[in-house]
Ligand binder design. Structure first.
Ligand SMILES: NC(=O)c1ccc[n+]([C@@H]2O[C@H](COP(=O)([O-])OP(=O)(O)OC[C@H]3O[C@@H](n4cnc5c(N)ncnc54)[C@H](O)[C@@H]3O)[C@@H](O)[C@H]2O)c1
Length: 325
């Protein structure tokens, strides 16, 4: 396994570093001893997610759509972790905004990475590109089946990474995350995932709203495992030009998740079945993680129940507020 200590004294740019996944990556890098630049427009990101004032952290407020700015921050970096994106809900409401940020922004980052000769750029993609898969568990080479504008833009970003690698030798790696949850996923963010929403309701003693029959499944991945996988992809020579599923290989239904959250919080709230939303068009999702296990020697270390317990502990202790390093 690549040794993450090699990030010590490296300069790493994390776009979207004030967001949920990004801030976990930033904190991990600072703990290792890296210098980190965060580029974030604070659309969903929060300063509270970051240890502002840390001597090795520079926070730049701005958008990945601003090419001159992207160029400047990329030039100062040896490695780039590209997490910045408009999320699926914004994307459904305004596909053009999604297009400009998720596709245009990614192209800007890639162009700047190529120009500066950055060592490696890792791109955060999404399992949503698989849509409703024909086979379970899903392999990286299975067909993409894009059911939302968001999955189109995330997949376009992947394809640009591949094209830059093939055409110009730009060192890229793609990580396809599946339903990330955990520390720093704030329930007060209207775009947060189902785990944070269920926790918020359960803690308030309110019913958990389940869209559809609750039999739909997802592969929920704890954010610390996602952080580790992303940083390994940023270091490993084997990851160059590759795409990796980042998941657990464990298929959990929304009903099962709801029951676990009730158990973890100890609040026996009701389950309230409501209509499906337009983004709830994926029935089953579980990913094959053999490739990342084999190439990067990464396996998830946190089970769903353990991850939910740790998330609940964080929600209780921090109330979702300050970042600590
Ligand atoms: N959370 C998940 O379950 C999940 C699953 C699959 C893929 N992903 C991908 O992982 C990445 C991080 O997602 P997240 O869950 O942390 O979301 P998030 O919304 O918490 O983080 C995204 C960050 O990007 C910033 N951002 C948005 N537009 C920007 C712009 N134009 N310029 C600069 N910064 C901008 C936001 O302010 C935020 O800090 C995204 O690329 C997302 O597509 C997440």
């Amino acid at each position: 396994m690549a040794d993450l200590d090699r990030f010590k004294d490296q300069r790493v740019l994390v776009t979207g570093g004030a967001g949920f996944v990004g801030c976990n990556i930033v904190r991990r890098l600072l703990n290792i001893g890296a210098s980190v630049i965060v580029l974030d427009d604070f659309y969903t990101g929060k300063e509270d997610n970051l240890p502002i004032g840390h001597p090795k952290l520079e926070v730049v407020r701005g958008s990945v759509t601003d090419f001159d700015l992207v160029r400047r921050v990329v030039k100062a970096s040896e490695t780039v972790v590209h997490e910045a994106a408009r999320n699926i809900i914004v994307s459904m409401r305004n596909p053009r905004e999604d297009y400009e940020v998720n596709i245009g922004g990614t192209l800007n980052v890639l162009m700047a990475v190529r120009e500066a000769g950055v060592r490696r750029m890792v791109y955060a993609s999404s399992a949503s590109i698989y849509g409703n898969p024909r086979y379970i568990p899903i392999n990286e080479e299975d067909a993409a089946n894009m059911l939302t504008p968001y999955s189109v833009s995330k997949f376009a970003g992947e394809n640009y990474c591949k094209a830059f690698y093939e055409s110009y030798g730009t060192s890229t790696a793609v990580v396809r995350y599946s339903n990330v949850y955990g520390i720093a996923q704030r329930p007060d963010n209207p775009y947060c995932g189902v785990v944070a929403k269920f926790f918020e309701s359960a803690v308030a003693g309110e019913a958990l709203h389940i869209h559809g029959d609750g039999q739909q499944t997802r592969d929920f991945t704890f954010v610390e495992d996602v952080t580790e996988a992303t940083l390994l992809a940023a270091l490993s020579p084997k990851a160059e030009g590759q795409v990796y599923n980042v998941a657990t290989g464990y298929e959990a239904s929304i009903n099962q998740l709801a029951r676990l959250i009730i158990e973890v919080t100890g609040n026996r709230v009701a389950l309230d079945y409501v209509d499906r939303r337009d983004i709830d068009n994926i029935r089953r999702r579980v990913l094959n993680i053999e490739k990342i296990r084999r190439d990067l020697r990464w396996i998830p270390s946190v089970t769903l129940e353990q991850g939910l317990r740790r998330t609940f502990q964080w929600l209780q202790e921090a109330g979702g507020r300050k970042a600590e390093v």
